[in-house]
Design a protein around this ligand. Structure first.
Ligand code: NAG
Ligand code: NAG
Ligand code: NAG
Ligand code: NAG
Length: 522
């Protein structure tokens, strides 16, 4: 009796509460908003950088020459400011400062890549550099001493030049070369590293390094070279995965995966979801489908379109190489997590044949003029695209565990007051947390890209993604935190996103009317 009364009473108040929260949601959405600003329990935050972009010391202790050493020295005119990574942030000497910065912000892990030629100067495992091993062991130990987990990428674009001279990623021997290198890495560092990433953004170096003249190794091999590079990169990744899985996992018990560049895509003509899907399959799906889908192999639309174009053009076979059933099986399932690099989005529409399209998509990509610019020409601020790609990955591959391994934006390195970056992180992370909490996307790690301003590939030092500025004119490569470091410290401490500095009265002055309007909406 008494219990029943209590139950009725409880029910009444639940009803009142629900009605009230529904009303308040429809009117202000404030509770929900608040929840989407708070990181879920156990969610991990970190920051990253890549060997060639930060280490410098390109020729110390017998280090071998990589394709990026060769490219920047041979074609300085291809780098915006004619610079190179010879010294970069000098992290080879200053790694302790980098670790201290990560610690001061309160981040839980640090993502960095290994320089293949620093460890194996000849490119092969016949010579293992003592100094190369010493450097990475010192860095890993320094991280552990400071309670920071190392997240280690084996390959971030700096192939040994000697292997490039034999075809590099277009020679399928690279599967053996990469496997041998990976075995050395797991043997030497595996006891102290629990998260490995095999290859960073194969779409980027395959398209821009082998497809057309732009980045190292500066080969112009399309319309076939891009796909051939990708084919071998998938095989090489799978080889490294299986080596880890069989020989090292039983004792080291870590996780290993690969990381893709997955842009967001939004239909130029509302409702044109077929085009959105095709574009996705040719960018993210090209590498993700063979690994994460249940059936494996390239996405069907990719096989169909490339084959059709190839036969139309007079080839006897598809320019997209074909995997044997054995290779399909060997590659399928070779990742313990889904590594995601995401920066920006594009508008996509079917294109008439004569218009420039991406690979064989038959799609024209453009940007919306209302999307705010950053210092990087290709990087527009489109937070909604981040949520979109996370939901797409959830739907395509049965909700894999996603590690966001790169996200950030650039500035032109003239100011420490990087308010646009603060706004970028706020709006993108809010999208991500919403995708986790509202849409059930299984994202558990997020990496700020990057810790330091560094050698930004073809853009040299003209722009910086760092939350810490580096003075590249100073031989000491002095590091100075930007405003976003202060903001990150607060976010990490409270585990809650903070909007732009409330003391800035009128943010439209900072971003222009359009930018502010958009980000308020997102
Ligand atoms: C290494 O390269 C620098 C230029 O970046 C050069 O000044 C130096 O002499 C080189 N050192 C060796 C050992 O070759
Ligand atoms: C997310 O992925 C991790 C690792 O695979 C798994 O343990 C966890 O159960 C997943 N969480 C959800 C909500 O699916
Ligand atoms: C750099 O960016 C700032 C802020 O966006 C802008 O005011 C300035 O003109 C830019 N400087 C250069 C050299 O592009
Ligand atoms: C170089 O930087 C370190 C760390 O910030 C500092 O302790 C040192 O005094 C600097 N040296 C010079 C010559 O500026």
């Amino acid at each position: 009796m008494c219990n029943n009364l209590v139950m009725e009473y409880v029910k009444f108040w639940i009803l009142v509460f629900c009605t009230f929260t529904t009303i308040s949601h429809t009117s202000a959405e404030s509770d929900e908003d608040d929840d989407y600003l708070t990181f879920p329990p156990g969610f991990r935050l970190g920051a990253g950088g890549a060997a060639y972009q930060i280490e410098g010391a390109w020729n110390v202790s017998g280090k071998g020459v990589s394709v990026w050493d060769t490219f920047t020295h041979t074609y300085p005119q291809n780098i915006k400011d004619g610079s190179n990574g010879d010294v970069a942030c000098d992290s080879y000497h200053k790694y302790k400062e980098d670790v201290r910065l990560v610690k001061e912000i309160g981040l839980k892990y640090y993502r960095f890549s290994l320089s293949w030629t620093r460890i194996l100067p000849t490119g092969y495992p016949n010579v293992v550099s003592k100094d190369g091993l010493r450097y990475y062991n010192d860095l890993i130990d320094e991280l552990h001493r400071n309670g920071i987990e190392p997240v280690v990428t084996l390959y971030h674009w700096d192939l040994p030049q000697v292997l490039e001279d034999q075809g590099g990623w277009t020679n399928d021997e690279v599967v053996n070369w990469f496997g041998d290198y990976a075995r050395i890495v797991f043997t030497e560092f595996g006891p102290k590293v629990k998260i490995f990433t095999t290859i960073n953004e194969p779409t980027s170096f395959c398209r821009e390094g082998y497809g057309h003249l732009n980045r190292a190794p500066n080969k112009d091999l399309d319309p076939c070279g891009t796909y051939l590079c990708g084919h071998n990169a998938l095989k090489a990744h799978a080889r490294a995965y299986h080596i880890y899985d069989r020989e090292f996992r039983p004792t080291q018990n870590g996780k290993i995966g690969i990381v893709f560049a997955c842009p967001g895509q939004i239909a130029k003509n509302p409702g044109d979801e077929a085009t959105v899907d095709t574009y996705y399959q040719f960018t993210c799906g090209w590498f993700a489908h063979p690994i994460y889908s249940e059936e494996g192999d390239y996405p069907q639309i990719m096989k169909t379109r490339v084959a059709k174009n190839s036969f139309d053009e007079g080839y006897f076979r598809s320019r997209l190489p074909v995997f044997s059933p054995k290779w399909i099986e060997y590659i399928r399932g070779t990742a313990d997590y889904f590594g995601l690099n995401h920066y920006t989005s594009v508008l996509v529409e079917e294109a008439p044949k004569e218009r420039e399209t991406i690979l064989d998509t038959g799609i024209h990509a453009s940007v919306d003029s209302s999307w705010p610019d950053t210092a990087t020409s290709w990087l527009k601020i489109v937070p909604s695209g981040f949520g979109g790609i996370l939901r797409k990955i959830r739907d395509e591959y049965n909700n894999p565990n996603v590690f966001v391994l790169e996200n950030g934006c650039s500035d032109n390195r003239t100011t420490l007051s990087d308010t646009q970056r603060i706004e970028y992180f706020y709006s993108y992370l809010k999208e991500m947390i919403t995708a986790i909490k509202r849409d059930g996307c299984n994202v558990t790690m997020y990496s700020i890209w990057s810790l330091l301003d560094n050698f930004e590939w073809n853009d040299g030092y003209a722009e910086g993604f760092g939350i810490v500025q580096v003075d590249f004119k100073d031989p000491n490569r002095t590091r100075t935190p930007k405003l976003s470091v202060d903001r990150w410290k607060e976010v990490v401490r409270t585990r809650k996103l903070q909007p732009l500095n409330p003391t800035i009265e009128d943010a439209s002055e900072l971003f222009g009317h359009q930018g502010r309007k958009r980000s308020a909406k997102c």
